[in-house]
Design a protein around this ligand. Structure first.
Ligand code: AMP
Ligand code: GLY
Length: 419
């Protein structure tokens, strides 16, 4: 099988590494990729916001399967364009990807399907924003309705900050979702689905804030670990029954079946599981840890989802180990990252690339905010964590930043499912 992976982050590097390890894959292309993916896949340029360019590349590269990493191409219809060329594609249609592309749409689907989520109000102006902030009270949760690269959500006790974020979103002509604050540990659960059969992967946890101790602004994600030793037994079955299955059935019932990766962002509150968001793709950085533990061949799984044959796929096998990834970011991230510096030590084991590009002399240069996702596995979480940080100590670039507490609370046994 010849596979094309679309995207340029550490998630795509992890997808390429896992696809490469599948004996059914004899060649791999990644577009546009980065200085890490080009060591495991042929690199091709592509504009990821252009569905026709992606479909044309799939045809020109004569691939059997396209795997779309990021949300933007999905939301603008890249999976539809690829399928229209008769090529199998792992990723939902534009109509189904609205589950991520519009928070208001996701709320409506959850309401119809009786999926537990935070109470919310969708607002378009100053008066209804103020009324919603009054209704839910602090801490305030204010979300851009549309795609915002992981930076559209502000959670703050400061009314002024909440209002300012809401006004800045409304000022761009979009609506705002204001919702009740949910307290408790967060879990990311990914499921592969063909629109009927649902295959959950292992739950993982992401660290969204830039600073140690969950301080500072939200980012795309600063680290992750998997599995979660503190989860209650039956958690995954519960999420499938109460969240994933009703959502997949609701989408099918609306005539927009959801096939691809359905990512449920969940909070375990004192009163049970609540959905904070759906994403229409693999999460970053959780994918780096989840795929590091998957023993089953990845291409076969994604191809089965893309071709509606997931019911025939054998049960997934996992290594039984633990995995930790630590994101190494550029100074200034999540604001304006410092770019152009050379990255040293970026070819080591488990070092997945994100915002990197190869310079004229073959050196690796920083071109984005999240630069590397340094990943390791181990017999337990403590071993995996120590190994990931040891690997981080082998990379170096000017102004590099990373959190020092990824998976620390879980290793200490300080995370409990009741929050
Ligand atoms: P989202 O992009 O919707 O996942 O939100 C980004 C992050 O903001 C989440 O991972 C949470 O850490 C936080 N967040 C979002 N919604 C809520 C909520 N209702 N209550 C508490 N935290 C939230
Ligand atoms: N890990 C957060 C995301 O992928 O949206």
């Amino acid at each position: 099988m010849r596979v094309l992976v679309i995207g340029s982050g550490a998630r795509e590097h992890a997808l390429c590494v896992a696809l490469r390890a599948d004996p059914a894959v004899d060649s791999l292309v990644c577009a546009p990729g980065n200085a890490g993916t080009d060591t495991v896949a042929e690199a091709k340029p592509v504009d990821v916001s252009d569905p026709n360019a992606i479909a044309d590349l799939a045809v020109a590269a004569a691939v059997d399967l396209v795997v779309i990493g990021p949300e933007l191409p999905l939301v603008v219809g890249a999976a539809d364009a690829v399928r229209a060329k008769g090529i199998a594609c792992f990723g939902p249609s534009a109509s189904a990807a609205r589950l991520e592309g519009s928070k208001d749409f996701a709320k409506a689907v959850m309401a119809s399907a009786a999926v537990p989520t935070a109470e919310s109000r969708t607002c378009g102006g100053t008066a209804d924003i103020a009324a919603a902030l009054d209704l839910f009270g602090p801490p305030y949760v204010v979300k851009d309705d549309g795609l915002a690269a992981g930076k559209g959500v502000v959670v703050t006790p400061d009314r002024g900050l909440a209002e300012a974020h809401a006004e800045s979103v409304v000022g761009t002509g979009r609506t705002v979702v204001v919702e009740e604050f949910l307290a408790g540990p967060e879990v990311s659960l990914f499921a592969v689905t063909d629109g009927v059969t649902i295959v959950p992967l292992l739950p993982a946890q992401d660290f969204k804030r830039i600073g140690d101790g969950d301080t500072g602004p939200n980012t795309g994600g600063m680290g992750a670990y998997c599995p979660l030793p503190w989860l209650p037994r039956g958690f995954v079955d519960d999420v499938v029954a109460r969240v994933l299955r009703p959502t997949v059935e609701e989408m099918a019932g609306r005539g927009t079946p959801y096939a691809g990766l359905l990512y449920a962002g969940l909070v375990l509150t004192a009163v049970g599981i609540r959905v904070i968001e759906f994403n229409a793709r693999f999460g970053d950085p959780e994918t780096q840890v989840v795929l590091a533990l998957l023993d089953s061949p990845l291409a076969g799984l994604l191809y089965a989802a893309a071709t509606g044959t997931l019911d025939e796929h054998p049960p997934l096998r996992w290594t039984g180990k633990s995995a930790v990834t630590v994101v190494v970011a550029a100074d200034g991230y999540p604001g304006s990252p410092r770019t152009g510096d050379e990255v040293r030590g970026s070819r080591g084991e488990g070092i997945l690339h994100a915002g990197t590009r190869r310079g004229a002399d073959g050196q690796v240069l920083v071109v984005g905010g999240r630069v590397l996702s340094v990943t390791a596995t181990g017999s337990d979480l403590a071993v995996a964590r120590a190994s990931a940080y040891q690997r981080v100590s082998t990379v170096d670039f000017a102004g590099m930043r990373f959190r020092t507490d990824i998976a620390a609370a879980a290793v200490r046994g300080d995370v409990t499912a009741s929050g």
